[in-house]
Design a protein around this ligand. Structure first.
Ligand SMILES: NC(=O)c1ccc[n+]([C@@H]2O[C@H](COP(=O)([O-])OP(=O)(O)OC[C@H]3O[C@@H](n4cnc5c(N)ncnc54)[C@H](O)[C@@H]3O)[C@@H](O)[C@H]2O)c1
Ligand SMILES: O=CCCC(=O)C(=O)O
Length: 529
């Protein structure tokens, strides 16, 4: 597919005039054509106005039509074929197999949301039957459904050019909810974003939807993102990236005349707790699994296991010997962008130079310009608790092991951790009491708790939570992966004593759409139709 370097503003292509953006192939540092023209406030305003104009028509599309739209996007992405795989690989340095896997996840995610839309449970229909005879006051007829919030701004993430970008989880969830989407593409992969944007735009046209249902903007730095979040037509934000940018967007959203929710997924170091019985029984196997998760994708996963906690002693020493050997044998791997590589190297060197931190191992030296060396560090619980810097995310394949004198200290350290996306327990049956004592702490600290697995590789499903308390996310009540993500873009509306002719179809008598509902608090499953 030919790419032109244009923004997609509804059905119009437009080359921005606010400076050129070039993707860089991080495997060799070469600039990739074409140049992308960055947009400014006029393009933001145009995309937002189109999105606002599309909202009422799009939000009342039938569930079948909306599901069909999501499925058309999925098929159009697949139809991009090898061009998409090659461009995404060149723009990110991620290997072909990874990009193919991510495409499968992206398409599967859109299809899962299509099923979810058709099922309609997310409308959350509730009925309170009227009681005109009730005294002293009659009870009114109350009917509730959820409606979409309005146009959503989505920020593409550098580390998942497909699954968290133009047609990623935030876009899929917002479109499923009935919200038009304005994407601010990540400047690291503009060509991938243009290709996927074209696939979405073609689906908008093929499904006869208003053009403003989807737009794609380019812009380096912070001004485009700030203008987008500040625009009055935007009613919610989906973001994955750095804590600094996420917090800046939260501030922009909160300072608006009409503040809006920001769903930002930011930083997490994903603690892994090695409980004593498991460590004694299988230190080498745990070390192998841990290092495989640590180095996956050059460590550029928000689920990367950046912190390990265990009780010191010979079993931990065995784990450290094995893990250090595996890290030392691991190659340096190309990182996503020169800036992300520079930030990783600076973080790794800062940790290595920290007076309270020992370097246990570094991976093989870099061969290419932007390769990051994996690294394993160690400290003890007292030092870890004394310096909050040691809790900061080093985005890449770096992890810090914290030696604790006993299990009580392990729990005390867990209590002091920042909010996390995940917390992992390596445990055997003999660790059950310790695990039980840790669980309430982990529930308060993390969005997902795993046993005997590793946190990288998020399953896209109905029960997934990819979220957690700040700074993992800006709003711990939800998730950015899985079908529950649709709730971020909905709000309830109650209809009191409306005549049948005025009610939305989902709320009319006789259940014409055949949807699940609750009546006077009692759930009624959807009839088979
Ligand atoms: N935890 C994660 O999942 C994750 C993912 C990617 C990056 N990161 C971290 O972010 C660092 C930078 O990488 P990145 O470029 O992908 O992320 P970033 O947060 O710097 O940028 C993400 C997006 O936000 C925009 N942006 C940046 N600052 C902004 C601001 N102040 N106001 C408005 N918009 C702003 C950027 O233009 C980009 O589109 C990495 O080194 C890493 O530390 C974390
Ligand atoms: O980088 C953030 C998402 C991580 C993820 O989706 C995964 O681990 O699969």
């Amino acid at each position: 597919m030919k790419i032109d370097g244009d923004m997609l503003i509804g059905a119009t292509r437009l080359h921005g005039a606010e400076g050129d953006i070039h993707a860089i192939d991080p495997r060799n540092g070469e600039r990739l054509a074409p140049a992308y023209g960055g947009g400014g406030p006029d393009e933001v305003a145009r995309a937002c106005a189109l999105a606002a104009a599309a909202f009422d028509a799009y939000r009342e599309t039938s569930l079948a039509a909306r599901a069909g739209f999501l499925e058309t996007i999925a098929q159009n992405i697949l139809d991009l074929g090898d061009d998409l795989i090659e461009r995404a690989s060149a723009e990110t340095g991620l290997p072909r197999a990874r990009i193919e896997g991510e495409r499968g996840r992206t398409v599967g995610q859109l299809r899962l949301f299509a099923e979810e839309v058709r099922r309609g449970d997310w409308l959350g229909l509730r009925f309170d039957t009227p009681s005109p005879e009730r005294r002293p006051a009659p009870r009114p007829d109350l009917r509730l459904r959820h409606i979409p919030l309005g146009p959503v701004a989505v920020f593409g993430a550098s580390n998942f050019p497909l699954a968290f970008s133009a047609a990623g989880g935030d876009t899929a969830a917002a479109l499923a909810a009935g919200c038009p989407v304005v994407v601010k593409a990540h400047s690291a992969h503009p060509g991938t974003s243009e290709m996927v944007g074209c696939a979405i735009r073609a689906a908008v046209a093929a499904c006869g939807l208003p053009e403003g249902v989807f737009s794609l903007l380019f812009g380096a730095g912070s001004s485009m993102g700030t203008a987008l979040v500040a625009h009055p037509a935007i009613k919610a934000v989906g973001f994955t990236g750095s804590r600094r940018a996420g917090v800046a967007l939260m501030a922009t959203a909160a300072a608006r005349a009409e503040p809006i929710p920001v769903y930002a997924e930011m930083s997490s170091i994903n603690p892994v707790f090695l409980l004593p019985v498991a460590l004694a029984a299988r230190a080498p196997a745990i070390a192998a699994g841990f290092v495989a998760s640590l180095v996956l994708g050059a460590g550029q996963f928000c689920t990367n296991p950046g912190l390990v906690l265990a009780v010191g002693g010979p079993d931990l020493d065995r784990f450290l010997t094995e893990a250090a050997a595996a890290v030392a044998a691991a190659p340096a791997t190309t990182m996503l962008t020169p800036a992300i590589h520079a930030a990783y190297d600076a973080g790794r060197l800062r940790l290595g130079a920290h007076a309270a931190v020992a370097t246990l191992a570094e991976g093989r030296p870099a061969q290419g310009p932007f390769e990051g060396r994996p690294a394993l560090f160690a400290t003890d619980a007292a030092q870890f608790l004394a310096d909050p810097v040691l809790q900061e995310e080093t985005f890449g394949a770096s992890s810090l092991v914290v030696r604790c004198p006993d299990v009580a200290t392990l729990r005390a350290v867990a209590e002091r951790l920042d909010g996390q996306l995940t917390a992992t327990l390596q445990m055997d049956a003999g660790d059950l009491d310790d695990a039980r004592a840790l669980l309430p702490v982990l529930e308060r600290r993390a969005g997902r708790i795993l046993v005997n697995g590793y946190p990288t590789g998020v399953e896209v499903g109905h029960a997934m939570v990819h979220g957690g308390p700040f700074p993992a996310t800006s709003d711990s009540r939800t998730t950015s992966v899985g079908t529950l993500a649709i709730r971020r873009f909905l709000r309830p509306v109650c209809y009191q004593d409306l005549p049948q002719a005025l009610l939305p179809a989902a709320l009319r008598d006789g259940n014409p759409l055949g949807l699940a509902r609750s009546v006077d608090g009692v759930p009624i499953v959807a009839p088979a139709i």
